[in-house]
Design a protein around this ligand. Sequence first.
Ligand SMILES: Cc1cc2nc3c(=O)[nH]c(=O)nc-3n(C[C@H](O)[C@H](O)[C@H](O)COP(=O)(O)OP(=O)(O)OC[C@H]3O[C@@H](n4cnc5c(N)ncnc54)[C@H](O)[C@@H]3O)c2cc1C
Length: 493
Amino acid sequence: MDSPSRSSVIIIGAGISGLSAAKVLAENGIEDLVILEATDRIGGRIRKEKFGGVSVELGAGWIVGVGGKESNPVWEFANQSGLRTCFSDYSNARYNIYDRSGKIFPSGVAADSYKKAVDSAIMKLRSLEASHVGEVIEPPCSPKTPIELAIDFILHDFEMAEVEPISTFVDFGEREFLVADERGYEYLLYKMAEDFLFTSEGKILDNRLKLNKVVREIQHSRNGVIVKTEDDCVYEANYVILSASIGVLQSDLISFRPPLPRWKTEAIGKCDVMVYTKIFLKFPYKFWPCGAEKEFFIYAHERRGYYTFWQHMETAYPGSNVLVVTLTNGESKRVEAQSDEETLKEAMEVLRDMFGPNIPNATDILVPRWWKNRFQRGSYSNYPIISNNQVLHDIKAPVGRIFFTGEHTSERFNGYVHGGYLSGIETSKSLLEEMREEKERKNENQTFLLEPLLALTGSLTLTQTETVSNLHKCDIPTQLYLSGKLGIPEAIL
Ligand SMILES: Cc1cc2nc3c(=O)[nH]c(=O)nc-3n(C[C@H](O)[C@H](O)[C@H](O)COP(=O)(O)OP(=O)(O)OC[C@H]3O[C@@H](n4cnc5c(N)ncnc54)[C@H](O)[C@@H]3O)c2cc1C
């Protein structure tokens, strides 16, 4: 059991935001930090697994937002780290829409339906904007036919570069690259950790990173924070950075003493959580059309989102014989609640509709369960298109000594890996500023308290500043001096 020694900062969660936050702190001299991660690995929603002989990404798979006026920092980092990626060209998906009898919709019909759906999505957006300012614009008709429903699903439940002015596309660009690297997307996190944590042969050996530490309680006061974990360990610090997802914040996994204020809990409750599930299927051989223009294909069914969006992995991993189908929200939750055998049966029926009765059965299936996972409770945050900035502002705002970070706190890029990465940096910068101000406040107080003493001891040779800083040093736990790696954090001096 860890003893409660006090550190400057405790970071809860070792996903991309927690690690980028820790890195910024370390770079600014705050090295006595502790990272508490609930699972046995770093990465959070960036997670690879071996499946069918290749590395598949259960969480984030794409670097989204490339080729625009600003450079996406995750894309830059991926290039510097030599991460293997493949360009994803979605533009052909609309020409690969299958009906339930296996016929591909003629390209003219598909293009028309697609254009209609984009126009109607834009109208819907305008009508929403108008209602926000008290005007009334007739909203477009809802999609009805299987092809309309399929396209509506693609436009609304996936990225809508054509429709919404999403900062990721506007600022970073509309291109997307699939990570296709055996080391996984998470390799970027190890590269980042290498800069400030002690690593050897690709493993993090630094004891400031504590895995399998499920935080259950955060006590906070004006003097500091006490964090308790499920295995009854207690950690003390001056500040905490909490990077758990919005789904976790909405759950009762972590309790706060005193409870979070109402403005905070209300804001947390207002943010929608998207569930996004990539189901992987391994086959003995390929029976689907190959080639880059056939990489993405769509199944049009009467039920919206029913095994709609498919991808073959031949571009990423030639010869892998792996297909991926993506479900979202209600369908994701439904599938998470049933057995993988049932899901396999449904997916095979859909594939037999598209490719005929003679295709082979899948030999393996992988169904991630992001919704059921108590350390995630969903895939990513989703703010309403026309949302009130106050909600995001309140979700992000610190409560006393508790600072919040994570993709859900990113104003421009929530929902994305780069959102998580940039939010970590931003949160640590705000915390550093707060620490600087706190130090100043303390210095002022101490000067005030010392003034009478100094007047009495005018004959002493120590300067006032030396006296104050020596008093501060007394507060530092002895083990900080003993740990060669830590040094003395500047913020304490
Ligand atoms: C299926 C899926 C597909 C996605 N696709 C893409 C994509 O293609 N491109 C893209 O850019 N983004 C994508 N995303 C989103 C992206 O993965 C996230 O935005 C990003 O990884 C979030 O990082 P984070 O640090 O904010 O949170 P997380 O990665 O969730 O990190 C939070 C960490 O906190 C830990 N934690 C939670 N509770 C506790 C606790 N009580 N005690 C201790 N630790 C705790 C968790 O275990 C986790 O490690 C996808 C996400 C999912 C799930």
